[in-house]
Design a protein around this ligand. Structure first.
Ligand SMILES: C[S@@+](CC[C@H](N)C(=O)[O-])C[C@H]1O[C@@H](n2cnc3c(N)ncnc32)[C@H](O)[C@@H]1O
Length: 260
């Protein structure tokens, strides 16, 4: 069964500092687009259940246990869209386990097609709101979180819909290992400034850039996504921001079931 996005009102959440409130409302986009082709619908029905995370049950102590073999690290990509970047990373790093989160069913169908075509074994999927996944994952369990061209919500009255909020920054800090990375890409200047402001006022992260080239150029081996290509075509330049998780989180001690 596909693990449906949970209604967090009806279950205990590990966090009570605002992340739960955000989890009730972090996804504002479309869940469905054009009708799926027959094979895509078949993959949703028959392949996705084998790869889907079931966040209604507690997370394993080690996220590596979700994968065959012993991945050396586990990473998460939030809102992978058509999955171009996630597929390329999973192929480039076969010893890493990847969690991909995307509520848009047509994106999920696209990535399943690629997973099947290339027999990729190191991706697990969640077809819901990433804030729920952040609340589910055990502390210090991820080496990296990627957020690539998130929905920009440019109007001021919609800023609260942006994925980057103080609560999600805290939630990411909780589950990233010390030294782990949060990578953010956007071609919307205002969202980049917003993200810098949110991450820099968190004592859990430092921005790693030392020179302009560090945020003006993509990382080595970076695979451009559909939205990245669209931005380039339309003349918008993306920024590539890397934040490193520093120290150990203390904000969540005492109220998280998964304590290290
Ligand atoms: C602008 S698209 C970018 C897709 C892809 N990363 C790319 O660069 O082509 C943003 C994606 O984030 C997904 N998204 C939005 N809110 C989300 C959330 N709360 N959790 C997970 N994914 C989300 C949307 O469904 C959409 O596919």
């Amino acid at each position: 069964m596909i693990s449906a996005p949970n209604d967090t009102k009806d279950r205990d959440t590990p966090l009570d500092d605002g992340t739960a409130a955000h989890a009730r409302g972090s996804f504002f986009g479309r869940r469905k687009g054009h009708k799926l082709r027959i094979h895509q619908a078949d993959l949703i029905d028959n392949l996705l259940p084998h790869l889907a995370l079931n966040i209604a049950t507690p997370a394993p102590e080690q996220l590596a246990d979700l994968f065959d073999g012993e991945p050396e690290d586990v990473r998460l990509e939030i809102g992978f869209g058509g999955g171009e970047h996630l597929i390329a990373e999973a192929q480039a790093f076969p010893n890493v386990g990847f969690l991909g989160c995307e509520p848009y069913v047509n994106g999920m169908a696209k990535i399943l097609t690629q997973i099947e075509a290339h027999s990729i074994g190191n991706i697990r999927l969640y077809a819901g709101d990433a804030a729920e996944l952040l609340a589910w994952a055990p502390p210090h369990s991820l080496a990296r979180i990627d957020l690539i061209h998130p929905d920009p919500w440019p109007k001021r009255r919609h800023w609260k819909r942006r994925f980057v909020q103080d609560a999600t920054v805290k939630a990411m800090a909780r589950i990233l290992k010390s030294g782990g990375e949060f990578r953010f890409v956007s071609d919307i200047d205002d969202y980049c400034a917003w993200t810098l402001a949110h991450l820099m006022r968190s004592s859990d992260f430092v921005w790693t850039a030392e020179r302009a080239a560090d945020w003006q150029k993509p990382w080595d081996g970076y695979t451009m996504t559909r939205y990245g290509r669209k931005a380039e075509r339309e003349g918008r330049v993306a920024a590539y921001l890397t934040f490193r998780r520093v120290g150990k989180s203390s904000s969540f001690r005492g109220n998280a079931p998964h304590q290290s």
